[in-house]
Write a protein that binds this ligand. Structure first.
Ligand code: BTN
Length: 252
């Protein structure tokens, strides 16, 4: 098993690092290989959204993982990646980011990092996971895409300082390596409280929108499978795999 980040393909411009990493993985690239780019022309986000990586010295990278896991265990990789990225930001900067379920990393309620986990399954067997991480590092407010300026931010906007993105990537790899090996050996149990510590919705009243249906209640945490648990006012626990979540106070 190669260490995360033992080999990095550093590209100037690609369509999406996810595509390049997926084709390398299918051609036999080892676990831990990373594809990183300065600019993406077709960066991809969750729910078929686009992810903007333009000028401004940001992180756009995709990490190849080849764990022996069942496909339904893979969402936990996204959660542990979010914890690793928050830990890295805390170590390198003075910022205290939070996690918005399942995998957005926010500062002052603005998005700083997006994580996209994609897997290839063949004959019910997991072939590889491509863990994509996009982080706004040194981009200024002026260089942020106009459409996202009101909802996104960068480390330099928040701190007023520039950061070495290569060093940040290295710290992310180190944190990921620890949590990923821990997860493969002992499961999600030790990672769950770390995720819950950083997730702002845990212990708060929320409104979840699941395919147009609203569920109101208190987010009590996540299950060992990484499923969000919401307790409604009748005491019923709802298990959510995917939903748009907002805090109740934020709605008013
Ligand atoms: C999100 O929608 O929040 C997820 C964004 C993920 C963006 C990263 S940038 C590196 C990798 N390449 C992509 O095309 N997307 C991911």
């Amino acid at each position: 098993m190669g260490k995360i980040g033992h080999l990095i393909y550093q590209e100037k411009i690609v369509d999406s690092t996810q595509f390049l990493a997926a084709s390398l993985a299918s051609e036999g690239a080892e676990e831990g290989v990373v594809v990183s780019a300065n600019i993406q022309t077709a960066g991809r986000g969750q729910k078929k959204r686009t992810w903007y990586t333009g000028e401004g010295d940001n992180i756009a990278m995709s990490i190849i993982l080849k764990p022996h896991l069942l496909p339904h265990e893979c969402p936990q990789i996204t959660l542990l990646a979010a914890v690793a990225v928050v830990q890295a930001i805390e170590e390198v900067t003075s910022l205290k980011p939070t996690i918005k379920w399942p995998n957005d990393i926010l500062i002052n309620e603005k998005k700083l990092v997006g994580i996209l986990t994609e897997m290839k399954i063949s004959q019910n067997e997991l072939q590889h996971i491509i863990l994509g991480i996009g982080m706004n590092v040194n981009v200024s407010l002026e260089l942020l895409d106009k459409e996202i300026r009101h909802i996104a931010t960068s480390i330099s906007i928040e701190t007023g300082n520039q950061f070495d993105k290569i060093n940040l990537m290295k710290v992310i790899f180190d944190k990921l390596e620890i949590l990923y090996r821990q997860f493969l050996e002992n499961g999600f149990t030790a990672i769950k409280p770390l995720w819950e510590k950083y997730a702002t919705i845990v212990r708060n009243e929320v409104i979840a929108n699941v395919n147009g249906i609203q569920i109101e209640g208190k987010a009590t945490g996540i299950s060992n499978n990484g499923i969000l648990l919401i307790e409604d006012n009748m005491g019923k626990i709802h298990e959510l795999y995917s939903a748009d979540i907002s805090m109740k106070s934020a709605q008013k």
